[in-house]
Write a protein of this length. Structure first.
Length: 265
């Protein structure tokens, strides 16, 4: 059969090392959108169903994520043109993992991991004031998680696309970008497995597992990715055909010949 490369599902890099780099970029892109699907899907549903956060609070979480993503997207894209792509991608994956860890440990496990704060059952027994205080604290951790997740996505989104172009010849940039987008957008579909993991265990455990996966992929990018910024255009020398040279030289030669013949006579 044609294999993955023959089907156009593997990027065509400029070298073997570039092939490894584009491969880990595809995996990192897939992880990026898996985390994004968690932020937009399961995290907001969890905040609504288990933490009882009202609609305006959830809208603010989504807006915080989007604002942080947009702000850091410009910063990372501009800076990576001068400092390199690798550590922005690694930093984005680590930042996303930190966001999932913050959401799981700060807002999850019924407050059992929060020092000096009563757990959810204890707060419920103590009265509305304690319960409201715990919910506000959990919501604060969710907002912090939204900031971290948005920053992580912003660090990676534009930088990974630029890195794919860095490792491509001009003749195959489009197919390489399409291949990268295929694997990156596949992350949205794979993010549905987070719901299955949450059903099998808990939402907190699912977030921790996906956070650990993001860290593993970050280590892979740090090890395998190699910088290839600034593809220099080849020097092209335009050669003038000999016939044109001869045609251009003919008037001058004819004039010289005529002068020489006049001098002889």
């Amino acid at each position: 059969g044609q294999g993955v490369g023959g089907l156009g599902l593997a990027p065509r890099a400029r070298s073997k090392k570039g092939g490894r780099s584009t491969l880990v970029l595809c995996v990192a892109g897939m992880a990026c959108n898996m985390v994004a699907s968690l932020a937009w899907g399961m995290l907001l549903s969890w905040a609504r169903d288990l933490l009882l956060i009202p609609g305006p609070g959830r809208d603010l979480m989504a807006s915080t994520y989007q604002f942080m993503m947009a702000a850091t997207l410009l910063l990372a894209a501009h800076t990576s043109d001068h400092t390199g792509r690798c550590w922005w991608v690694v930093g984005g994956l680590c930042c996303s993992a930190a966001g999932l860890l913050t959401a799981a440990c700060g807002a999850g496990f019924q407050g059992q991991l929060l020092l000096g704060v009563p757990t959810a059952p204890a707060a419920l027994a103590a009265g509305d004031a304690e319960q409201h205080s715990l919910q506000l604290l959990q919501y604060g951790y969710l907002q912090l998680a939204s900031c971290l997740l948005g920053m992580g996505t912003g660090f990676m989104y534009g930088t990974m696309a630029a890195a794919v172009v860095d490792h491509s010849f001009p003749s195959n940039q489009a197919i390489n970008m399409a291949t990268f987008r295929f694997w990156r957008d596949l992350g949205y579909a794979l993010g549905s497995f987070a719901g299955l993991a949450a059903d099998a265990s808990s939402t907190e455990v699912s977030m921790l597992c996906f956070g650990a996966l993001s860290l593993v992929i970050a280590c892979s990018v740090a090890i395998w990715y190699q910088e290839a910024r600034g593809v220099e255009a080849p020097n092209v020398t335009v050669a003038v055909p000999p016939s044109i040279d001869a045609a251009l030289a003919e008037p001058e030669n004819d004039e010289v010949v005529q002068r020489q013949s006049l001098l002889r006579h």
